[in-house]
Design a binder for this molecule. Sequence first.
Ligand code: C5P
Length: 222
Amino acid sequence: TAGMRIAIDGPAAAGKSTIAKLVAKKLGYTYIDTGAMYRAITYKVLQSAIDLRNEEEITRLIAQTEIELQPDEQVQKVLLDGIEVTDAIRSHEVTTNVSAIAALTSVRDLLVAKQQNLAAESSVVMDGRDIGTAVLPEAELKIFMTASVEERAERRLLEEQKRGMKSDYETLKREISERDRADSERKISPLKKAEDAITIDTTGKTIEEVTNSIVEYAEKRL
Ligand code: C5P
């Protein structure tokens, strides 16, 4: 049977990557975490000590950057110029600076083209902020995943504590809200529900429930 493209967008920490990974596994599709790509670029810029507002320098830097997403059992491995940065791109420093980098035209042009090439190769489940609106506007299935900011902060807290990070609920809640504001207010392809996307509010729902409902939508459209 023919495959399809599934776009999953929504605010920070709504459970997109957890669910997208499981949906991809169930359908035998490739999972692509586009946020990881923006994080990898941000990590490289921070390492390079280039000023975050210096778009010209950043454009030059990223022109020579190689980002590779490798599927893995638990997490999707992220390679930046051949070096694994899977954990490094989840740092507090990257998280608080990624929205500024993701707002730059040259960064988006480069990564959107890369994402479109990946989707042309196989059936994909792609998660991010602008997949249904800008990267794959012709996707066969579009989901807009939300959850209350309180639940998102709680989930993120548990996740970060598991990774051994010293995190605090109120700080996480503030950071998540701030990132959503920045991502929604930027000029180029802001975070926004595509008109033809199905909204799923995951507040109070289990991972399995949400995964199954998306797989059902997908199977109906195959
Ligand atoms: O999905 P994740 O929270 O890891 O994304 C990190 C950041 O990358 C977002 O806050 C946003 O600024 C940016 N992003 C984006 N477009 C995407 C995916 C992520 O601008 N498609």
